[in-house]
Design a protein around this ligand. Structure first.
Ligand code: HEM
Ligand code: HEM
Ligand SMILES: [Fe+2]
Length: 455
């Protein structure tokens, strides 16, 4: 840690990890309900556990993004944060917003628009928090007078993410209109501006961890972001196939969304070539695992499994089934959970007393999570294929179908438990080392004597 104010990141990471753990409790509860008699039916029905599961995901991932930004911006701009006080007030507001929203959902207080269910007062707090955050980051950069391309991409992504949340504040009586604008937030987040956020963190981590040349990395970052936008904006139409809008959206959605994986292929090659060309000199190899892992798992979960159901001819069968859940889990985890875990793993040796190289618990956590999430993805996939065939092709009723695909949910609960053990190890590994906020130089490949490459 080179700047004292970077220590605020610790508290954001601590909150993010605690809420990540809680998210899984509600995921397991949701999965268990597929298996039969539900003793909690009248206390915590499926719609309530699911909305809490997905909203906690968004709250913790955004807390992770904010913490990681507070870590990265001082490093890139070579200055202290504008105001640590503001950063702490912002975190308290964020936690209060998240916790009260979750309690509200228990009593069915929400606006009912999937993933954007937050009640209006909560939505207003979200906007205020984002403004405080952007102001703090903006002032920090302005004061320093130094803006790198890497942090520029990150901050532009965060700013646009805040802007794209605004349509979510409006309510429409017409369902078609409501769902039309819902995707301006959800799709343009995950397949647009959040990819800039992921790209910014990825470039930062690769430059720091592999010692790759900044100029080259930043040039390729531009190209990746360009590809994201060329395909991602009109790719929104892959959500417009069956919602009551004109049919010209079908070819537009099919064509442009099929191009979306290009940027993700680019991102994976980017990560691989950075470590191949610049070597594995950095001692924090655990952070490198998470960094490269994020790029590769995104290609699998978002690129490959997104492509699998993005053409109208496929999507007419799979729309809104467990195939969607298959892709949603693998994509969200690879792109946004893993990149946050990568930033935490990179910063942890400076923020806490964790050894730089990582611990064996850290490696266990990485592989159990990866294996568990891969198994969960396969469970949702097999359940989804069965569901599409029985329900949509053979015409069986929803509940009859669910009875026949229960075995896949047994597999889901088993693989999700493996995943949850991996996450629990990550949380323990983070909290078992006391925080330390001493200012000093970070270790890094550039600061160590050159080593022979062995080639
Ligand atoms: C990191 C990137 C991505 C994330 C986090 C992500 C996540 C998600 C999530 C959570 C949903 C469910 C949304 C809902 O129903 O409310 C979804 C739906 C969908 N995604 Fe993605 N996605 C990503 C990238 C992609 C890409 C690159 C493609 C195509 C190549 C794609 C194709 C689709 C399609 C077609 C649906 C609609 C499924 C349906 O009709 O039910 N996604 N995605
Ligand atoms: C213990 C681990 C987990 C379990 C057991 C679990 C289980 C579930 C279940 C049963 C659903 C409802 C699916 C449906 O509507 O039928 C769901 C939804 C969802 N989960 Fe998880 N989950 C877990 C972890 C995660 C993680 C780590 C992420 C992201 C990083 C995630 C993201 C999502 C998303 C985006 C949805 C909404 C998908 C949609 O509606 O299409 N879950 N989860
Ligand atoms: Fe999309």
């Amino acid at each position: 840690m080179r700047y004292k104010s970077q220590s605020v990141a610790y508290w954001y990471f601590a909150v993010a990890l605690a809420l990540f753990g809680l998210q899984l409790v509600f995921g397991l509860l949701s999965a268990a309900k597929y298996l039969g008699p539900d003793p909690l039916l009248y206390l915590l029905p499926f719609d309530v556990t699911k909305v809490i599961h997905t909203n906690l995901l968004i709250v913790w991932v955004l807390a992770g993004f904010m913490g990681a930004t507070y870590w990265m911006v001082p490093d890139e701009s070579r200055t202290e944060l504008h105001s640590t006080k503001l950063a702490y007030i912002q975190l308290v507001l964020w936690v209060l917003m998240g916790v009260t929203a979750i309690i509200g959902y228990l009593f069915r207080w929400g606006t009912g628009n999937k993933l954007l269910e937050q009640p209006l007062p909560h939505k207003i707090v979200i906007v205020i928090v984002m403004l405080m955050f952007l102001y703090n980051i903006g002032m920090t950069i302005k004061k320093s007078g130094r803006l790198t391309t890497t942090e520029g991409v990150l901050v532009a992504g965060l700013g646009l993410a805040a802007l794209l949340y605004l349509p979510a504040l409006l309510e429409y009586d017409n369902y078609t209109v409501s769902i039309y604008y819902r995707w301006w937030t959800i799709h343009l987040w995950v397949e647009g501006v959040w990819e800039m956020i992921q790209g910014g963190f990825l470039a930062y981590l690769l430059i720091r961890l592999s010692g790759a040349d900044r100029e080259v990395m930043e040039k390729w970052l531009y190209i990746i972001v360009g590809l994201v936008f060329i395909a991602g904006i009109l790719g929104t139409a892959h959500h417009y196939y069956w919602v009551g809008v004109p049919s010209y959206w079908l070819p537009v959605g099919g064509f442009f969304s099929a191009l979306e994986p290009l940027a993700l292929v680019g991102m994976a090659i980017y990560a691989y070539s950075a470590i191949r060309r610049s070597g594995l000199a950095h001692p924090n190899k655990l952070a490198l695992h998470w960094t490269v892992g994020s790029a590769v798992f995104t290609l699998f979960g978002a690129g490959l499994l997104g492509l699998a159901h993005t053409f109208p001819s496929v999507n007419k069968w799979t729309h809104g089934t467990l195939i969607t859940a298959m892709h949603g889990h693998a994509a969200f985890y690879g792109a946004y959970a893993m990149i946050v875990l990568a930033m935490i793993t990179y910063a942890a040796p400076s923020l806490t007393r964790r050894p730089e190289a990582g611990t064996s618990m850290g490696y266990w956590s990485f592989w159990l999570q990866l294996g568990g999430m891969f198994g969960m993805t396969l469970s949702f996939a097999t359940a989804g294929i069965g569901q599409v065939y029985l329900e949509r092709i053979m015409g069986l009723g929803f509940l009859d179908t669910q009875l026949k695909i229960q075995v896949h949910f047994v597999m889901l609960v088993i693989t999700a438990s493996i995943f949850a053990v991996g996450v629990a190890l990550f949380i323990v590994d983070f909290f078992r080392y006391a925080p330390r906020f001493e200012v000093g130089q970070d270790t890094g490949p550039a600061l160590r004597p050159l080593q022979p490459t062995g080639a």
